[in-house]
Design a protein around this ligand. Structure first.
Ligand code: HEM
Length: 527
């Protein structure tokens, strides 16, 4: 699987986008009786497409709510999309990667997103599903190049150290007298995404060379669906289209001037894998726009949800401080959080990280059916259709997570034996939860699963938990203009393309904790 298309991996509703535009699906054929039960739409052919445009990520919950089936069929135009809402079946979809292909969809999405020419597309699609059995080709090479850095190893820790060094500069720059923030989301998003950009792309990354590209990046991301639909983008999604042009030009300049030589091993590996397979430097520069999206967007949105959910729950905050204090080394005014100890001996912060993703990452895993497939010896999936695992539906399933499935409760991710040791559960955690041990491993969908399970998950955990740990230990976040911090609604009325953003801004006061005003915060990721 190709890493440069990573962002699009999280594109929920992708099948519906492609059906909406001009993907050439075969003419309609009669239903096979073994196909999953059909959920009819009020408006034939386009009803489900209208539904997803109108209701966004919520639409999948709406269509699955009335069904007791683990998989259903949504007829769309002249094709259909199958929607899976049960963990055991999700796991079977992941395993059937020979005929349920991620690459077949993603290559088309990437072409639209970054504007690859025909020659580049020929390299991308060559042996993309390992058709000739030789395990060669761009997709596989890039996959290996990325996984070798992003799995648990010294290169990952080096990159983690570098991103936390940057985000610590950001945290340490908070004024001693405190700061009023108009929007906590904008603050955390900037802190995390620019830190990761420097860690991954080096000190001469495009945002460092031209800070105006930061706004371009989010304008482009916000208009992505319109760009993928690709109907007169210069008219209908003008701002996003112009932002994309500026980003691509900057990436081309970044490559031409050789700044990638000062980047992380991840980017060095990607360079060699692409150029080695015949990419021009310009084509590689374009592909990095997809990588930037994958590496920055979901992580820098998720961090906000973790911060706001912790600071709006006083008891949870106290428990987390108690858990984290023993892993801080004090040296004069310098305090250093040990990230390896955080990961190995602080279950509550790791559980809070995962719970933030469970609640806010309504991510769809999307696969193209390259050949007729019988799932679980029962459900027939027709060639040239799309199957999606509805992450948001599974994450909200009471049968999987317990009666408080839709509430934020980190104890969903803590073994019941550990729960006894961690006292002071928040009110939100009082209801019983299902036993974690008996939960199906495919129930947590935020990082996808199977062959394309997100390789950036360890990096994301390090950069997010490290940054949030320092905020918890060293800062107070208090409400401005209200008595308590309100967690905003997630904006899941939008087309689901990753972790949901907040629907409204959150004004807060950010202040160093009493007695810790002069502390210089750091994180240590060395093994
Ligand atoms: C909270 C943050 C993140 C979330 C929620 C997330 C989520 C995902 C999801 C859902 C997929 C697709 C899985 C599938 O469809 O089967 C994916 C793939 C991928 N992610 Fe992440 N991701 C995050 C952070 C990152 C970061 C920080 C990086 C890189 C540094 C990264 C690199 C990748 C890559 C390379 C793939 C493609 C895998 C492949 O092609 O085999 N991700 N991610």
């Amino acid at each position: 699987m190709d890493g440069y298309t990573v962002f699009a991996a999280a594109l929920g509703g992708l099948g519906l986008v492609l059906a909406l535009v001009d993907r050439v699906f075969p003419a309609n054929r009669p239903c096979d009786p073994r196909e999953p039960p059909i959920v009819p739409s009020r408006i034939p052919w386009i009803g489900h497409i209208i539904g997803i445009i109108r209701h966004g990520a919520r639409y999948y919950k709406m269509v699955c709510a009335d069904s007791t089936q683990p998989i259903v069929t949504l007829p769309t135009l002249n094709s259909r999309t199958y929607v899976v809402s049960s963990p055991p079946l999700a796991s079977l979809v992941q395993r059937a990667s020979k005929t349920l292909s991620f690459n077949s969809l993603i290559t088309e999405v990437t072409r639209r997103m970054v504007g690859f020419d025909e020659q580049t597309m020929a390299i991308v699609t060559h042996n993309m599903n390992n058709e000739d059995g030789t395990n060669t080709g761009l997709m596989l090479d890039v996959h290996h190049a990325m996984y070798s850095v992003l799995m648990e190893n010294p290169e990952l820790y080096k990159m983690g150290q570098s991103t936390l060094r940057e985000s610590m500069k950001f945290a340490n720059s908070v004024k001693k007298e405190g700061e009023d923030l108009d929007d906590l989301f904008a603050w955390t998003q900037r802190g995390l995404s620019l830190s990761a950009a420097t860690a991954i792309y080096g000190p001469q990354n495009i945002f460092a060379l031209d800070p105006t590209l930061y706004d371009d990046f989010w304008t482009f991301e916000g208009g992505l669906i319109g760009l993928l639909v690709d109907v007169f983008p210069s008219i209908f999604v003008r701002k996003a289209n112009n932002a994309r042009k500026r980003l691509i030009n900057a990436l081309i300049k970044y490559v031409e001037e050789g700044h990638y030589k000062d980047a992380s091993k991840l980017i060095q590996n990607r360079y060699h894998a692409h150029i080695g397979n015949g990419f021009t430097e310009e084509a590689w520069a374009r592909s990095e726009l997809g990588m930037l999206m994958g590496a920055l967007v979901n992580a820098s949105v998720s961090v906000f949800w973790m911060v706001i959910n912790v600071f709006s729950r006083p008891k949870l905050l106290v428990e987390l401080r108690k858990e984290l204090e023993p892993i801080v080394d004090v040296d004069g005014t310098k305090r250093t959080v040990n990230i390896h100890r955080l990961r190995s001996s602080c279950p509550l912060i790791i559980a809070t990280f995962r719970e933030s993703l469970r609640i806010y990452a309504d991510i769809q895993s999307v696969r193209y059916v390259t050949d007729d497939t019988l799932l679980a010896d029962k459900y027939f999936l027709r060639k040239d259709t799309v199957v999606q695992i509805a992450g948001g539906v599974i994450h909200a399933d009471k049968g999987v997570w317990g009666p408080d499935a839709t509430s934020f409760n980190p104890y969903h991710f803590i073994e019941s034996s550990n729960q006894a040791q961690i006292s002071g559960k928040d009110d939100s955690a009082k209801e019983s939860t299902t036993d974690r041990k008996s939960r199906h491993p495919a129930s947590f969908r935020a990082f996808g699963g199977g062959a394309t399970l997100c390789p950036g998950r360890h990096f994301a955990q390090i950069e997010i938990c490290g940054f949030v740990a320092v905020l918890i230990l060293g800062f107070d976040v208090t409400p401005v203009g209200s008595e308590s911090i309100k967690v905003p609604e997630k904006d899941d009325y939008k087309f689901p393309i990753g972790v949901s953003k907040p629907a409204s801004p959150t004004k807060v006061r950010l202040q160093r904790r009493k007695g810790l005003e002069d502390v210089l915060w750091a994180c240590d990721v060395s093994a």
